[in-house]
Design a protein around this ligand. Structure first.
Ligand code: SIN
Length: 279
């Protein structure tokens, strides 16, 4: 297995392994280690059936719970992220987020398997929450460590949110619900349960406030943190190829799907791996 890390060790290509075949315990451990170390890893040229994709996901951990998006028929844990050439609604996943951060136990990992990739655009950008945290001054780090952020699915997945996001004009079927109005508090700085690293753990899509602060104060703090996290030195810009499989660590990374491919189709298959309570 050949692992080629990117700058700052954030992101790495992994070659020389066939993910469509059952993986030995040793190879699975090497892949998990590389994923923990580089936070976003990808494997070019991995043609895989739905069943093989499910088997790989289960090698990383149990399936996550994926609400608000209709899964592929007969494969309740695989969602098709699809955009048709003429689709004019906001991009699915286009606002920076960490997957399902509004859940009590958000997913550890997300897996994307690329099927149809446009000739231009359609990249995914990743922001490293660990480096973003590390580069804050010590006083601010301490202050942030004592805070909890409020997360909710309301912006994209309440009835109002889905309607204003283009609802029935989408090729993906979104499933709005009043459940999306619920809120969930999580530490604003999260300690990774496997690496022990601390990360800024807020995101513009799902983090809607800060516990104990007014809407205005919380909104102001969050805007500053989002701006800090989105600085170019913390970002890895990922270019997809058909049959490439990517996996990232939602406990320390936020991501956003990019546009720039009007007139072209883009299709990827997505699964999440169950997680634990953020601490
Ligand atoms: C997602 O946010 O899960 C999808 C990312 C992408 O389509 O690039």
């Amino acid at each position: 297995m050949k692992i080629t890390p990117h700058e700052h060790n954030f992101g790495a290509a992994i070659e020389g392994v066939d993910l469509s075949a059952p993986l030995s315990a040793d190879v699975t451990a090497q892949i998990r280690q590389a994923w923990l170390q580089h936070k976003v890893v990808y494997f070019p040229d991995q043609a895989m059936s739905h069943e093989q994709l499910e088997a790989f996901s289960l090698a990383i951990g149990p399936f996550g719970d994926d609400p608000y998006v209709l899964a592929i028929d007969g494969h309740e844990h695989i969602v098709e992220v699809r955009r048709e050439p003429e689709e004019d609604v906001p991009l699915f996943g286009g606002t920076w987020h960490s997957d399902w951060s509004f859940q009590p136990t958000p997913p550890n990992a997300t897996i994307l398997h690329a099927k149809v990739i446009p000739p231009v655009g359609g990249d995914t950008h990743y922001a490293d929450g660990v480096r973003a945290y590390t580069e804050l001054d010590h006083g601010l780090q301490k202050e942030l460590e004592s805070l909890e952020a409020i997360h909710s699915a309301r912006k994209p997945y309440s009835h109002e949110g889905v309607k204003s996001g283009g609802g029935d004009r989408r090729s993906m079927t979104l499933l709005p619900s009043d459940e999306a109005l619920k809120t969930q508090a999580h530490p604003l700085v999260r300690t990774h349960p496997e690496t022990g690293q601390k990360a800024l753990w807020v995101n513009p899509l799902y983090t809607i406030g800060v516990a104990g602060l007014s809407d205005e104060e919380g909104g102001h703090l969050l805007s500053q943190l989002f701006e800090h996290m989105r600085q170019p030195q913390f970002i890895y810009r990922h270019r997809w190829q058909p049959n490439m499989l990517g996996i990232w660590d939602n406990r320390c990374v936020m991501h956003s799907a990019q546009g720039g491919y009007a007139g072209h189709r883009r299709v990827l298959h997505r699964l999440t791996v169950a997680g634990s309570e953020p601490r």
